[in-house]
Design a protein around this ligand. Structure first.
Ligand SMILES: [Fe+2]
Ligand SMILES: [Fe+2]
Length: 141
């Protein structure tokens, strides 16, 4: 991938989640620029730290929405999030040990994962949340 342009097809229809997805992709874009600049020693650590915090905060937001709307796919979705939490933590750890591991290929893997997850799992989740909220008072926006 390597070029991050928001695709309207990735919209879930849930404003807070869509806003977080855009911010995540924006953060990925900044990381990609830092990697491509080839001298990212000062730039990558704070970007990675922010990214891992933001991933956690975003996954927590989705998990709260899934639980509040009794989403039947919650457990499966959370397992996928938990796997990504482990992978992001490992990436941060590996980078601290050896900055050369941060390559465009690693970055592409992460980006493809994120976009694939949004497109498949997050949109399924969002269809349920929209359906649920049409029947019950809104839990949040
Ligand atoms: Fe998401
Ligand atoms: Fe998700």
């Amino acid at each position: 991938m390597s070029v991050l342009i928001w695709n309207p097809e990735w919209e879930t229809g849930i404003p807070l989640i869509d806003q977080q997805h855009r911010q995540l992709l924006g953060q990925f874009e900044m990381l990609l620029v830092a990697i491509r600049e080839g001298n990212p020693g000062d730039q990558i650590p704070p970007l990675l730290a922010f990214l891992s915090d933001y991933v956690e905060s975003h996954f927590s937001t989705e998990e709260k929405h899934m639980q509040a709307t009794r989403y039947p796919g919650f457990i499966d979705h959370k397992v996928i999030h938990d796997d990504m939490r482990v992978q992001v933590a490992k990436l941060v750890d590996d980078y601290q040990k050896d900055p050369s591991i941060m390559t465009v290929e690693v970055f592409d893997f992460l980006t493809d994962w994120l976009v694939g997850h949004i497109n498949e799992h997050d949109r399924s989740m969002a269809r349920h949340i929209v359906w649920f909220e049409a029947r019950e008072p809104r839990i949040s926006s």
